[in-house]
Ligand binder design. Structure first.
Ligand SMILES: [Zn+2]
Length: 147
């Protein structure tokens, strides 16, 4: 594992006592009006050795997001990036095709944002159907295909 930095001071009791520990973790996540129970058998997270409070840092948040995507059966950031690469489109071209902002595509691919379920299905259509992509390119992005 690479070096992981996190605040050493506990946000709850104020002691400089945060240490990485691995523990089972469960939480609920709301997405698109549904509630998902997300369980992670071994979450590595900073925990206060003094008061036992845990702190969800970026890496822990990434682990939780990944578990949520599995639970909700949503495409992973890697799958989205891979699918776009196979279409040979830049983030900007792909964003234009889908009708979203370029920054949104970037956030999906870094995992900073989780796509809505309807968009997840739309992405699957685009990745699985060259005809769908051609139709969108023809109607909304004439420059991409050169006609
Ligand atoms: Zn503490």
């Amino acid at each position: 594992m690479t070096t992981r930095t996190y605040p050493k001071r506990c946000g709850k009791c104020g002691q400089k006592a945060m240490q990485l520990t691995t523990l089972p973790y469960a939480t609920t996540i709301e997405h698109d009006g549904r509630t998902y129970q997300v369980e992670i058998p071994a979450l590595t997270v900073p925990r206060c050795t003094h008061c036992k409070a845990i702190s969800i840092d970026d890496e822990a948040d990434r682990q939780i997001s990944a578990a949520f995507r599995r639970e909700a059966r949503l495409l992973t950031p890697e799958e989205i990036r891979h699918g776009r690469d196979k279409l040979a489109l830049t983030q900007k071209q792909f964003a234009n095709l889908l009708g979203v902002g370029e920054a949104t595509v970037s956030r999906w691919e870094t995992g900073a944002q989780i796509q809505q379920r309807a968009m997840d299905r739309f992405l699957r259509v685009c990745f699985g159907s060259p005809a769908a992509v051609e139709m969108l390119a023809r109607d909304f992005q004439p420059s991409a295909k050169g006609a």
